[in-house]
Design a protein around this ligand. Structure first.
Ligand SMILES: *[C@@H]1O[C@H](CO)[C@@H](O)[C@H](O)[C@H]1NC(C)=O
Length: 187
C-alpha cells in the first residue's frame, strides 16, 4: 500500500513538473487579462517638420552620397531626424510628439526615400506611447503611403498606414512641412 502511494505521489510530482515545463515557453495568456479587448481603428492628422536650416536643425545629414553617384538621385544620403509633430501646419501650433529616426535616399532612378522612424507622443494619455513607421517615400509624388509596422504603450500591436502629403517645401533650404494622416488599428 505504501509503495502504491509512493508511486502515485512521484507520478503526480513529475506530471506537475513536466506540465510547468510545457507551459514555460511559450505560455498562453488571456488577452483580456492584459487589457486587450476590442481592436479599434483610430485616425489622426499631424504635421511633420523637417528643419534643415537655421540655428536648431532637427534633421541632420549623417551620411553623404559617394562622389560617383549622380547628384540627381543622391543615392546613399542619410539624415537623422528628431522632427517636431504638431497639430497644425504652423511650427508654432501645439506639439504632440516627435518623429525620431532616419531617412535615406534609397533609389538610384529618382528621389525615393526609405523612412524609418518612431512617432513618440507627448500628449495626454498618449504621452510616451509610440508608433513605428517604415516605408518608401517618393517625396515628389502627391500622396505617399507607408506602413505602420508596430507600436508601444497605448499602441501595442499597432498596424496600419500613413499617408503623407507635402504641405510646404522651401527649395532653397530644403525645409519641409508634411501632412501625415495616420490610420492605426490597436487595442
Ligand atoms: C509626459 O511624461 C513625462 C515623463 O514620463 C513627463 O515628464 C511629462 O510631464 C509628461 N507630459 C505630459 C504632457 O503629460
Amino acid at each position: 500500500m505504501a509503495a502504491v502511494f509512493y508511486i502515485f505521489t512521484v507520478a503526480l510530482l513529475f506530471s506537475s513538473i513536466s506540465g510547468e515545463l510545457q507551459n514555460d515557453f511559450p505560455s498562453e495568456v488571456d488577452a483580456k487579462m492584459l487589457g486587450f479587448r476590442k481592436e479599434k481603428l483610430t485616425h489622426f492628422r499631424l504635421y511633420w517638420h523637417d528643419i534643415l536650416s537655421g540655428e536648431k536643425p532637427t534633421s541632420i545629414r549623417i551620411v553623404n552620397p559617394p562622389s560617383n553617384v549622380p547628384a540627381s538621385s543622391g543615392f546613399g544620403l542619410v539624415n537623422m531626424i528628431d522632427n517636431p509633430l504638431t497639430i497644425g501646419p504652423d511650427l508654432d501650433s501645439k506639439m504632440v510628439g516627435r518623429a525620431q529616426g532616419f531617412y535615406a535616399l534609397a533609389s538610384q532612378e529618382e528621389i525615393g526615400l526609405l523612412m524609418t522612424m518612431n512617432f513618440v507622443f507627448v500628449e495626454g494619455k498618449y504621452n510616451g506611447s509610440t508608433i513605428t513607421v517604415m516605408g518608401r517615400n517618393a517625396v515628389f509624388n502627391k500622396v505617399r503611403e507607408m506602413p505602420v509596422i508596430g507600436g508601444s504603450g497605448l499602441f501595442r500591436f499597432a498596424r496600419g498606414y500613413v499617408q503623407a502629403r507635402t504641405h510646404t517645401l522651401d527649395l532653397k533650404t530644403g525645409d519641409a512641412t508634411v501632412e501625415y494622416n495616420v490610420y492605426v488599428l490597436s487595442y
